[in-house]
Structure formats: C-alpha cells, structure tokens
Write a protein that binds this ligand. Structure first.
Ligand code: ZN
Length: 271
C-alpha cells in the first residue's frame, strides 16, 4: 500500500530546478517509468570549491533523510546569502531518494525485495545502485578543461559524503563514521551539535558495533556491514563517509532538523 507519493518529491525538485541555473539534474527513467531516479548537482560560484555528496532514502522506510535532502536542494537554489554559513558556496552532488518504490510503500527494500544498501559489491546488478555508482563516477571525471588545445581531465574528489538514514529501534541520534586512520574524526563534533536538538543514543553496543556516545567508528577497511554505500565510498571513491541515523520514533520536524544540523556541522568541521 502506498503511504507517500514520490511524485511530490520529483515535483518539488522540478520546481526548484527552474529557480537557479547553478542547479542541474541527471536522471534515469529506470525500468519503472513512474520512478525516475534523480541526482542533483549544484555548482558553486567558485568552481574549485570542495564537493560534498549527500544521499538519502536508500531504505524506503527512512523518509526524514529524503525530506532533508529535498530541503537542502531548495535552500541551495534560494541562495541563503544572509546565512553566516552559506552552503551554496560549496559544490554538491545530491541523490535525494534512492529507492522510490520503497519510499512510497514505507518499506526498506526495493521492488525486487533487495536491501539496496548491501548491493554495492556489484552495483550494476540493480538499476538503483547502478545509477548511484554511475552518478559518482560521472561527477568524478566531470572537470574537463581545454588548455592550449589540449584536453585536461582533472579527477574531482569528493571531500565528504553524508548518507542520511533512520533507525526504528533507536531512541536517539547516532552516526557511523567511516574514515581512514589518517583522517581526523569529526563524529563527536556532530553529536555535540545535534545534542541540543535530539536525544543521543549512548548505548554501548549498536548492531554489535561499539558505540561511543553516539559515534560508531568504522576505521579503514571494515567489512562487518557488508557492501553498503559507505564501504563503496570508502574503498572505490576514497571518500570519508558519515552515515547519519535519526530515531523514527520521535517527531518529524526534529528528525529533519537534526539531519540538517548534522550536515552543516560536518561541512564546517571538514572543509
Ligand atoms: Zn537505513
């Protein structure tokens, strides 16, 4: 049974695309025509600004991430110039709803019954993960310049990746921080900033992983979570990744605001 309409997400994004030519979209009609997969790209005034990747809704029953990603797209296009920390000065790649079928039905899996966040060993096996991998690869090789008749292709690095999730078993916010041992941790800073908005899950163990006051660290090559997007980003894209989890049992506004606050703090702390 459908509980949400993916058409509303697409409608808001199409509306926003008309507002700014800094915002562009890649889309794939996919096998189901009513579920076009979208990936938005925001180009900052300074093209050399760092690139941030935000993704949401790979699990259809975790909708606050999708709401936050759509809000973020709208905020970028509305040019929040007066904000002391304007996010539109960065480049963004935003994948706002990676599992439209699950999103409409409030289920974790896609139409084929697959948990898409375990399919990244061979992302081409599902249309949704194939599109995610393609968007990431396309973006990374997108900066091509012509210099003295020579084509210079510069590899674009994603400085920070944020994957927005929710957890129905948790009574508070927590995050997974996937990084290399050389990379400075920022998870604690995010939890500290979010704590004023949302309760924090401080249980010592979450899904058999050590939780330190809301931060579960996945250092270097951790395979215990299977082939998630986080692992794909770490191993194939060489990007640090934060997987943010809000508790679905609390109110909607708090969950979307918590995701937004976490994104802002992560950007501030990394870049
Ligand atoms: Zn999830």
């Amino acid at each position: 049974m459908k509980v949400r309409n993916y058409g509303d997400v697409v409608g808001r994004i199409l509306e926003t695309l008309r507002k700014s030519d800094h915002l562009t979209v890649w889309h794939q009609a996919s096998s189901a025509p009513s579920y076009p997969l979208l990936c938005l790209h925001w180009t900052a005034q300074q093209k050399s600004s760092p690139l941030i990747y935000v993704s949401a809704g790979i699990h259809g029953d975790e909708p606050a991430g999708v709401a936050c990603a759509v809000r973020l797209i709208e905020m970028l296009a509305d040019h929040d110039k007066h904000n002391p920390f304007p996010l539109n000065e960065y480049n963004w790649l935003i994948s706002p709803c990676d599992n439209p079928y699950g999103y409409e039905r409030d289920i974790r899996e896609n139409a084929a019954g697959l948990d898409l966040n375990r399919m990244f060993e061979t992302p081409t096996q599902c249309p949704e993960t194939a599109f995610i991998a393609e968007s990431l690869q396309r973006k990374q090789s997108a900066r091509v310049e012509k210099l003295n008749n020579n084509i210079i292709e510069e590899k674009v690095t994603i400085e920070l990746a944020l994957d927005l999730h929710e957890d129905s078993d948790s009574d508070g916010f927590y995050l997974w921080e996937r990084r290399t041992s050389q990379c400075l941790p920022i998870g604690n800073m995010i939890v500290k900033n979010v704590a004023g908005l949302c309760a924090i899950n401080r249980k010592p163990l979450i899904e058999n992983h050590r939780n330190e006051n809301g931060v579960i660290t996945l250092l270097d090559k951790v395979t215990t979570k299977g082939w998630t997007r986080g692992r794909y980003l770490a191993e194939q894209v060489n990007t640090r990744c934060l997987i943010l989890e809000t508790p679905t049992q609390i109110d909607w506004e708090t969950r979307t605001a918590t995701h937004m606050a976490a994104i802002r703090t992560a950007v501030k702390s990394t870049l």
